[in-house]
Design a protein around this ligand. Structure first.
Ligand code: C2E
Ligand code: MG
Ligand code: MG
Ligand code: MG
Length: 279
């Protein structure tokens, strides 16, 4: 009896594991196809000056328009792309597309400011990142200064020689470097001195709590002060309420990003948003 039950349970787990693996394998193969077949799309979220409200940049955020599953968000496929080794390929596409779009807006006289692109820690282990970045800049003709690479502290934590060299080269090329989700990693602050990023992006978990939690207010204020002292630009991400916006403006945070300003938008929706704002 027990034996049969055990076997039944085993095969139950076994088949569940199998079908999960199967689903992942399927998605993984579909992702490989998606990258080359126009199924990835970038949405763009505005970043505005806290003082003037003027748009200073957009952040490119990848989505996957899946033929049967609908619009998928990074949480649903970035991990898979990393595990299956597709992330580099995806990164090449993203850099190229973001630069192309920025050049297109420029050519049409639409003022967008800078373009921020997320690059995953895994891509920093690979020197080919630099080649694809240079190729994206060359193909689009946009000045390197208008491109900002967003990295998380995990890149700095892992700091291999390769990632260190890549960051140095990025600085030489002239692209900006932003530390994403600042304050959530386990890295030491020493890298701020060595690396001299251009920008800190305060993680939205801190921003979110500013209305209710005085510790979060103190942390956000502290990061703004730190950025100020080091002459770095500071962005608050995840601004969702007028109260948060007012607080951030009050303490001198430079740049705001979040649903209160705008959600990530398609190209058409962003252009419409800009038009509506002007009137
Ligand atoms: P992130 O770089 O920290 O991007 C901010 C995320 O917060 C985005 O989620 C954005 O839609 C969301 N967000 C913005 N404002 C608000 C707000 O006011 N409230 C809330 N609750 N959320 C807000 P998304 O687009 O799902 O992206 C998630 C993460 O996936 C990104 O976090 C980034 O780490 C990664 N990611 C996105 N696009 C790319 C990409 O092209 N390449 C790589 N390697 N990673 C990407
Ligand atoms: Mg980001
Ligand atoms: Mg972030
Ligand atoms: Mg984040």
């Amino acid at each position: 009896q027990a034996k049969t039950l055990g076997r039944a349970r085993y095969s139950y787990f076994h088949s569940e594991l199998n079908s999960r693996l199967q689903a992942n394998l399927e998605l993984e193969q579909e992702l490989a196809y998606a990258i080359g077949h126009d199924q990835l799309v970038l949405h763009y979220q505005p970043q505005v000056s806290a003082k003037t409200g003027e748009m200073v940049a957009v952040e490119a955020l990848v989505r996957w328009q899946h033929p049967t599953r609908g619009l998928l968000y990074p949480a649903q496929f970035i991990g898979l792309a990393e595990e299956s080794g597709r992330i580099a390929e995806m990164g090449v596409w993203t850099l190229r597309e973001a630069c192309r779009q920025l050049a297109d807006w420029s050519a049409r006289g639409i003022h967008i400011g800078n373009m921020a692109v997320n690059v995953s820690a895994l891509e920093f282990r690979d020197h080919r990142l630099l080649d694809s970045l240079q190729a994206a800049l060359d193909a689009s003709g946009i000045p390197p200064q208008r491109l900002e690479i967003e990295i998380t502290e995990s890149v700095l934590m892992a700091e291999t020689e390769t990632s260190q060299r890549i960051i140095e080269r990025l600085r030489q090329i002239g692209v900006g470097i932003a530390i994403d989700d600042f304050g959530t990693g386990y890295s030491s602050l020493a890298y701020l001195k060595r690396l001299r990023p251009n920008q800190l992006k305060i993680d939205r978990s801190f921003v979110n709590d500013t209305a209710t939690d005085s510790d979060s207010r103190a942390i956000v204020k502290g990061v703004v002060g730190l950025a100020e002292a080091l002459s770095l630009n500071v962005v608050a991400e995840g601004v969702e309420t007028e109260e948060q916006r007012a607080f951030l403006q009050d303490i001198g945070c430079h740049t705001l990003q979040g649903y209160w300003i705008a959600k990530p938008l398609t190209v058409e929706a962003l252009e419409q948003w800009l038009l509506n704002r002007r009137t």
